[in-house]
Design a protein around this ligand. Structure first.
Ligand code: GTP
Ligand code: MG
Ligand code: ZN
Length: 297
């Protein structure tokens, strides 16, 4: 029997697919290649009780992934919104945040930043200061405590497929459980996470929201390589650079040390955050190094 369904969990080479008639099947891909991601729409053929084979992938509306020179790691497909989860504790990296934003912008996804654990007031000012750059760029920031009350987030999720991403221990799974109690996603004390060096969530899973839409809880990440973005796509994913496109003196300006560089002038004048320009140059240089490695020179 063949049916269409949604891939709701991706563990290595096996996938859980909820078919449109409600059955949940544990599936393997047909053939060796397994390049599916949580959120994918697929056609499956039942191969036994509760088991199936993925036969076809329905074209994706979006795909969020990270990459280094050698590998791509799919995170989720068909999300409409990326929810970047940071917290007052443990500390987070604004560079990591910029990377996630580039990946999301390049897929034209909505972006929402959640500052979690506002009940830990000691970390609040520092976290807000770190987020000021992103607030100035117009990215919405929602402050809450998943342990006290996650409800302010619910209205922002209805009708969207929201991918929760962030570093380990920020509270993605705690938020998921607060909004969808049946989710029962595993959560863990950060101290334990640090002891074992492992993330608590080990694979991405999609949970339907009772009000419509869904949440994809994903494993914490340490790095977010953007090697799949070329220089042009990378530049376009820094939204504050867009008004300066084509304004540099040289058409092929690399925004590095060229005279008459509009981006550099804007950074010097404080119209764009110099830190973001440095991040752009750093991400681009990583991409170029990775391409040279792959090509062997
Ligand atoms: N004080 C406080 N602690 C929280 C809050 N939200 C989550 N935590 C705690 O933070 C720790 C980590 O939470 P998780 O939900 O497991 O974090 P995660 O982002 O899913 O982590 P990974 O799965 O490793 O990526 C747990 O001990 C939670 O109880 C909050 O709003 N306030
Ligand atoms: Mg988790
Ligand atoms: Zn320039």
């Amino acid at each position: 029997m063949k049916s269409f369904g949604t891939l709701i969990a991706a563990f290595g080479r096996q996938y859980e697919v909820r078919s449109d008639n409600g059955d949940v099947l544990l599936c393997v891909p047909r053939g060796k290649k397994s390049l599916f991601a949580c959120g994918d729409r697929v056609q499956v053929a039942t191969s036994g009780p509760g088991q199936g084979v993925i036969e076809k992938l329905v074209e994706r509306r979006s795909l969020l992934y990270r990459s280094d020179a050698w590998r791509q790691k799919l995170i989720a497909a068909n999300a409409t919104q990326v929810v970047l989860v940071v917290a007052t504790e443990p500390s987070f990296s604004d560079e990591f945040l910029s990377r996630c934003i580039c990946a999301a912008e390049s897929q034209h996804l909505k972006i929402l930043i959640v500052l979690n654990k506002t009940d830990i007031v000691a970390g609040l000012d520092g976290a807000r200061a770190q987020l000021a750059t992103f607030a100035a760029l117009g990215y919405p920031i929602l402050e809450l405590s998943a342990l006290d009350n996650a409800e302010p987030l619910r209205a922002r999720l209805i009708g969207e497929t929201s991918l929760l991403v962030g570093q380990s221990g920020m509270g993605k799974s705690t938020l998921t459980n607060a909004l969808i109690p049946e989710a029962r996603a595993e959560t863990r004390e950060i101290s334990e996470v640090l002891d074992t060096g492992k993330h608590t969530t080990t694979f991405a899973r999609l949970y339907p929201l009772p009000e419509g839409g869904g949440i994809i809880d994903s494993p914490g990440m340490q790095t977010f390589g953007l090697v799949h973005l070329d220089a042009e796509a990378l530049e376009a994913s820094f939204r504050e650079f867009r008004p300066y496109a084509g304004q540099c003196r040289f058409r092929d300006c690399r925004h590095d040390a060229e005279p008459g560089c509009a981006l550099r002038e804007a950074a010097d004048a404080g119209r764009i955050d110099p830190r973001r320009l440095r991040q752009f140059l750093q991400f681009r240089s990583e991409c170029e190094t990775a391409r040279r490695q792959v090509q062997g020179w």
